[in-house]
Design a protein around this ligand. Structure first.
Ligand SMILES: [Ca+2]
Length: 296
């Protein structure tokens, strides 16, 4: 069955590959992209989102720009990984259609206009937009069918702080807002995303159609510095939404570190934490095969 989805994103190399997969995956009808500052500033993530849609002839899908700043702290960014354009220098065409401002208001209007529970949100960046939606439009937020978010780590070392993951460290207050909400949420942490890795042979095999070639070019940028393989963090969100049986899901009771220390945004298991579904293991071969299948 096709699910209507909105992708909330900060592209970003692995975001871009995740979006291309979703556009090619028959399980999804992508009804819009909302952008957030994260991997790089908001202006660039918004341009990248529109450019990606233009590159694959899908400028019928609207782009709405959202939060330029985290809820309560300064932005961090990931230029070292993603390059200063967020895409490691892969050139996309300019957007065919200008993005509009007001992602959070558009999310609210769209959710209110659709049957309750009929739209899922696939969140690939800091959760700032979703948290603003919950805070300012709680009735609309309550109509989200399923929120699947890449972020956090349970047992793996962090990639922002010793125990904190980049998306969640970028806006810990937003994570807390989501965890405290009643939205049906599944978190896809580093424990899973670090297992699903692309190496050069895998990337080259994606080439063929236009979307596969763009995905391969993007991932080639991600593999530079002679790395053997790189994790496909954000695509795991799409893979879980498309084929949950590939993942082992567990309910964990989690709190998020709201301090100012190096581990801000880290998750901790706690008896009085919020229960949330977490993907803890993945069928790696199945996940990589499903991702590649969309680019055949
Ligand atoms: Ca991302």
């Amino acid at each position: 069955m096709t699910r209507r989805v909105i992708i909330d994103t900060d592209p970003g190399l692995d975001d871009a590959v995740a979006i291309l997969f979703a556009l090619n995956c028959p399980q999804f009808e992508v009804i819009g992209l909302t952008t957030v500052a994260g991997n790089i500033g908001l202006e660039r993530t918004t341009t990248n989102a529109g450019g990606l849609l233009a590159a694959v002839g899908r400028s019928d899908i609207p782009v709405f720009s959202g939060a330029a700043m985290a809820m309560a702290r300064d932005n961090i960014d990931a230029i070292v990984i993603h390059g200063d354009d967020g895409l490691r220098g892969v050139t996309l065409p300019p957007p065919m259609v200008a993005a509009r401002a007001g992602a959070v208001d558009w999310l609210a209007e769209t959710l209110m206009a659709a049957p309750s529970g009929s739209i899922d949100i696939l969140a690939l960046g800091p959760l700032t937009n979703i948290a603003h939606l919950i805070s300012h439009h709680p009735a609309a937020a309550g109509r989200i069918g399923h929120l699947v978010a890449m972020g956090g780590t349970i047992f793996e070392p962090g990639n922002a702080g010793p125990g904190s993951e980049f998306n969640f460290a970028s806006d810990p207050e937003a994570v807390a807002t989501v965890l405290h909400s009643d939205i049906r949420t599944t978190i896809v942490p580093l424990d899973v995303t670090r297992r699903v890795r692309a190496d050069r042979d895998y990337v080259e095999a994606l080439r063929g159609g236009p979307a596969g070639t763009i995905a391969a070019d993007l991932l080639t940028g991600y593999l530079q510095d002679d790395r053997q393989s790189r994790p496909l963090h954000d695509p795991c969100v799409m893979l879980l939404a498309a084929e949950p049986a590939l993942f082992a899901l567990e309910v964990h009771r989690l709190t998020v570190n709201l301090g100012d220390d190096a581990d801000a945004g880290a998750l901790t298991e706690s008896a009085n934490g919020s229960p949330v579904v977490v993907a803890m293991r993945v069928d790696v071969a199945g996940a990589l095969a499903l991702l590649a299948s969309a680019f055949d």
